[in-house]
Structure formats: structure tokens, C-alpha cells
Design a binder for this molecule. Structure first.
Ligand code: SF4
Ligand code: SF4
Length: 290
């Protein structure tokens, strides 16, 4: 079983549209993993059935049992995160500010503070309209630990692939170069970097390429909207040449991408022209390289 992760460094490059197209082209030979848990949107194109759902808990958050509180104020004094406001003369926990360190619970003289599991989002296993399995998740608003949730998505996708002899996992990775993207790519077999010829596209792509090389993972690149700025496209090609990262496709700027999303389809289902054939060709190259 081989794991292919699509990342972009910055948002708006067309990463998810291209990943969803690979999911369609791979059909039942792929398990799809949406690791972009902070802004998951593969489900908009693949229309999963949300058949299995479980709560995702991560870390701890404090709770004050009001009947046991003697209002001494020690919890408020020690909290460095300003997470213990006084409301209606009661000490309470502001869950959005609470970091779950447990210091307040430690100093409370009456053991009025418990540390409970923090609900951070939902986790799903679905069948898509294509018939393949999508493992996906939704981080709760203002929740953290998305790296941990990404790891759970990948672990489950691997388990499903192994149990069902499915040869590939195609994952929509997290943007950026922080913890969630590290959690998305670690231990994968091939990373596909999708970029665009803008100043930020080149900058963010080079940062993410360096990150991938530090992990020793093989990577390839797709330039989307390649005709948008020819000079920057040349700069991207030069960067890839220097880093020995194969450029497997250049896609033209085309409003068909937006039309496909509006129609709730992937670009390979919505377009019969050069974009469809280029993405199909890219998928073949990816399978050869992985
Ligand atoms: S430390 Fe305990 S008893 Fe004191 S105000 Fe906080 S919750 Fe109440
Ligand atoms: S657990 Fe830590 S962050 Fe949360 S309220 Fe207590 S002291 Fe503050």
C-alpha cells in the first residue's frame, strides 16, 4: 500500500480540486483521506454518506463544580491564560482560553476543579458517490490539536486500505508548513506539491519543498494556472530543477475549475479538454513514480 499526499504551502492553488480528481481517477483502488481538517472540503466534491461518525477529544479543559467552590480565588490567581473570569459572583472557566494545564485544579483547596476531556471535533468514515472510502474530520471552531486529528485520519485510512487490499491512499494534505502538514506527510511515499505562479505561490512552495526534503520524502510538482504569470512560472521551473523535483504537469488558468466546483463535480468529470487529459496524465505519472 502506497500513500500519496497532495500539499500546497498556500491556499487557493487548486490543491483540493486536483486531489478530488485523483480520487475519482483512482476509483476503488484508493482510500481517500482529507487531512485538511482545519478547512475540510473534499466532502463538497465527493459527496460522502457520513455513515460512521465519532467525537474527537483532544487534551483537557477545566470545569468548576460550583457546589464545592468556596470562592477563594486561587484558581484565578494562578491561571496565566486569563481563563477564570468571575460571572454573577461565581468563578467559571472560559473554555476557549483554557489551555488544560491543570494548575488551577492543583491549587484548589476543595478539589472543586475537575479536568475533563476537551471535545475538539468530529471524525467520519464514509462511502463517496464514486464508491471509494473517504476518511475525513471536522475540527471544532477555535479547537486546536489538528495535527493529532490528521494523524487519526491517516491511521484509519491506512487500516482500511490494509484490511481491504486497496493499493493506494490519496490524501488532501494540510496547507502551510506547521504541525498539521508535518502530520500529513510524515512516512508517506510521495508528496505532490501543487503551486501557482504568484509571488506567494513560489515562496510558500519553496518552503514546503524544503520541509519535504528534510523528511527525505520523494516529491513532484504540479503548476496550476501556469499561464497566469510566465516569469514566475519560469522561476518555479528553475527552483524545481535546482532541487531535482520533477515537474509532472502545468495546467492553464481555466474558469472550468470554478464551474466544476459550482456544479459540485471534480474538474475531470466536468471538463473534456486539456485540463482533464493533463490531470489524467499526471495521475499515471504519480502511480509510476510511487
Ligand atoms: S480555587 Fe477552587 S475553591 Fe477557590 S475559587 Fe477556584 S474553584 Fe473555587
Ligand atoms: S487548566 Fe490551566 S489554563 Fe485552564 S483554567 Fe486552569 S490554570 Fe487556566
Amino acid at each position: 500500500m502506497k500513500e500519496i499526499v497532495v500539499i500546497s504551502g498556500k491556499g487557493g492553488t487548486g490543491k483540493t480540486s486536483i486531489t478530488a480528481s485523483f480520487a475519482v481517477l483512482g476509483g476503488k483502488d484508493v482510500v481517500v483521506a482529507d487531512c485538511d481538517v482545519d478547512a475540510a472540503d473534499m466532502h463538497l466534491l465527493l459527496k460522502p454518506d457520513f455513515a460512521y461518525k465519532e467525537k474527537f477529544y483532544s487534551g483537557k479543559v477545566a470545569e468548576i463544580i460550583q457546589d464545592e467552590c468556596i470562592k477563594c480565588g486561587k484558581c484565578k490567581d494562578v491561571c496565566r491564560f486569563d481563563a477564570v473570569p468571575i460571572i454573577d459572583d461565581n468563578y467559571v472557566i472560559d473554555e476557549l482560553n483554557c489551555e488544560g494545564c491543570g494548575y488551577c485544579s492543583y491549587v484548589c483547596p476543595t478539589d472543586a476543579i475537575i479536568m475533563k476531556d476537551s471535545l475538539s471535533g468530529d471524525f467520519f468514515i464514509s462511502k463517496t458517490r464514486i464508491g471509494n472510502t473517504l476518511v475525513h474530520a471536522k475540527l471544532a471552531i477555535a479547537a486546536d490539536n489538528s495535527g493529532k486529528l490528521v494523524t487519526q485520519v491517516r491511521t484509519e485510512a491506512k487500516k482500511i486500505a490494509e484490511e481491504n487490499n486497496i493499493p493506494y491512499i490519496i490524501a488532501d494534505g494540510s496547507p502551510g508548513i506547521g504541525c498539521p502538514v508535518v502530520a500529513s506527510v510524515t512516512g508517506s511515499n510521495l508528496v505532490v506539491i501543487v503551486t501557482e505562479p504568484t509571488v506567494s505561490g513560489l515562496h510558500d512552495m519553496s518552503r514546503v519543498a524544503e520541509l519535504i526534503s528534510k523528511f527525505g520524502i520523494k516529491s513532484v510538482c504540479i503548476i496550476n494556472k501556469a499561464d497566469l504569470n510566465r516569469n514566475i512560472t519560469i522561476g518555479i521551473r528553475e527552483f524545481l530543477d535546482n532541487k531535482k523535483i520533477p515537474l509532472i504537469a502545468e495546467l492553464p488558468y481555466d474558469l472550468a475549475f470554478a464551474d466544476a466546483i459550482t456544479a459540485g463535480k471534480t474538474i475531470v468529470e466536468h471538463n473534456d479538454g486539456i485540463i482533464k487529459s493533463t490531470i489524467e496524465e499526471s495521475w499515471k505519472k504519480i502511480l509510476e513514480l510511487v
